[in-house]
Design a protein around this ligand. Structure first.
Ligand code: S3P
Length: 448
């Protein structure tokens, strides 16, 4: 799983125009799945998780937890049982922990391991080894952990010798749920309270899930505080569908007049729903039906009715609420009337790939008028997209965004390097084949 994806020769071939419609479900939320596994492994008792995402990222978290001695039983229907015995029962891993492509695995696990009095080594694939780590390494060091890494702790592999932590009050310069969560998970094992402040509230799944495990953090504005030394009690959790996976399909339906798409059981946590707000702003009809709560997370059935969309301005304050949806949003913007300007999104340059450059370059190949700025995108709408040979560059969200663009393009599109989609959305191509049969999507092996 770790190697660079250079040998990946899988492509999709699909053709447009092809409408998208129907009633469907998407796999479990990736962020919530990671947290359910990690908190289950820190808790006391058996945590049963249903609807767990079985993508490669979450499988990397499971493998790492097994390597520190946590028992995880896999049952049918995306259900697992995590037998937690508290973090004290974790043991020194005999080998290097491999987070694959998953920043959430590496950063959240580093937070927990910073509290453990043993040595652990963490690495990831070629993409993850290029992603910045000082944002977690600095606070974990300030709490008393020894953390080493390439470039003074800047990049993985990381080596952690943990234990003996003291609580801190940390002010994070970036709005990042991974940073916030890593510090809070270390803080649970520290002496005294730990608080994290962020410039804009990032996704709050860790905070909500801690409450489900019996340890409610305190929130004051964008500062969240946990006590040290608290005990987590096992919980039963149902993971909602992933809005970030639904996002591609929602865009595919919203940007074409007349169609209607329903996606059942999607998480609609307000720290994640920026795309829904923006699509409504662009003129799409987005309805949330049967709202309910699952393990402290709001869930709804989403119904989207397509319309002619218009361009929008998306500024820094909204970015954390749609950080993973910008590539999909760029497709909607290319098809809308008028100009769309996205600013304050420089964080996208340090995701699985530099998503600002990647989305601008690849959509340009399909005829979109889009350019990357230092911290965002500038898109002139009303594009007449045409089929082309494009590449995901090994980024799952790029692959699926390009597939949506292909549904609006005249002629055939080939998207190279698509195995990465298994990190977050196994089965995407099958689902698309059902929901947009006219695209006749085919997965093929091609010469590297
Ligand atoms: C995630 C947080 C976000 C997001 C990522 C998942 C999480 O990353 O982009 O896909 O589960 O905490 P950052 O914390 O780097 O913004």
């Amino acid at each position: 799983m770790t190697g660079p994806r250079l040998g990946d020769t899988r492509s999709w071939r699909l053709r447009g125009p092809a409408p998208l419609a129907g009633v469907l479900r998407v796999p479990g939320d990736k962020s919530i799945s990671h947290r359910a596994l990690l908190l289950g492994a820190m808790a006391h008792g058996t945590t049963e998780i249903s609807g767990l995402l079985q993508g490669e990222d979450c499988r990397a978290t499971m493998a790492a937890l097994r390597a520190v001695g946590v028992e995880i039983v896999e049952l049918p229907n995306d259900t697992v049982r995590v037998r937690g015995r508290g973090p004290e029962a974790w043991r020194e891993p005999e080998s290097i922990l491999d987070a694959g492509n998953s920043g959430t695995t590496l950063r959240l696990l580093a937070g927990i391991l910073a509290g453990r009095p043993f040595c652990s080594l963490l690495t990831g694939d070629e993409s993850l080894r290029r992603r910045p780590m000082r944002r977690i390494v600095d606070p974990l060091r300030a709490m008393g952990a020894t953390v080493l890494g390439r470039a003074e702790g800047g990049f993985p592999p990381l080596a952690i010798r943990g234990g003996g932590l003291r609580g801190i009050a940390w002010s994070s310069p970036v709005a990042s749920a991974q940073v916030k969560s890593a510090i809070l998970l270390a803080g649970l094992q520290a002496a005294g309270e730990t608080s994290v402040s962020e410039p804009i509230l990032s996704r709050d799944h860790t905070e909500r899930m801690l409450s489900a495990f019996g340890l409610a953090p305190r929130r004051d504005g964008t500062t969240v505080t946990v006590p040290g030394g608290g005990r987590l009690t096992a919980a039963a959790l149902a993971v909602p569908g992933d809005l970030s996976s639904a996002a591609f399909l929602l865009v595919g339906a919203a940007a074409r007049g007349g169609g209607e798409l329903c996606i059942r059981g999607v998480g609609v946590n307000p720290t994640r729903t920026g795309l829904l707000d923006v699509l409504e702003h662009m003129g799409a009809e987005v309805r949330r039906e049967h709202p309910r709560l699952a393990a402290g997370e709001p869930v709804a059935d989403l119904v989207v009715r397509g319309r002619r969309l218009r361009g929008v301005r998306v500024g820094a304050e909204l970015i954390p609420r749609l950080i993973d949806e910008v590539p999909a949003l760029a497709v909607a913007a290319a098809l809308a009337d008028g100009e769309t300007v996205i600013t304050g999104a420089a964080e996208l340059r340090v995701k699985e790939v530099d998503r600002l450059s990647a989305v601008a370059d690849e959509l340009s190949r399909m005829g979109a008028a889009i350019s990357a700025t230092q911290d965002g995108l500038c898109i002139q709408g009303d594009a007449k997209l045409r089929g082309a040979v494009v590449s995901s560059r090994g980024d799952h969200r790029m692959a699926m965004s390009l597939a949506m663009a292909a549904l609006f393009a005249e002629g055939e599109t080939v998207i190279r390097d698509v195995a990465c989609v298994n990190t977050s959305f196994p089965g995407f191509a099958h689902l698309l084949a059902d929901a947009a049969p006219a695209c006749a999507i085919r997965e093929e092996m091609v010469d590297a």
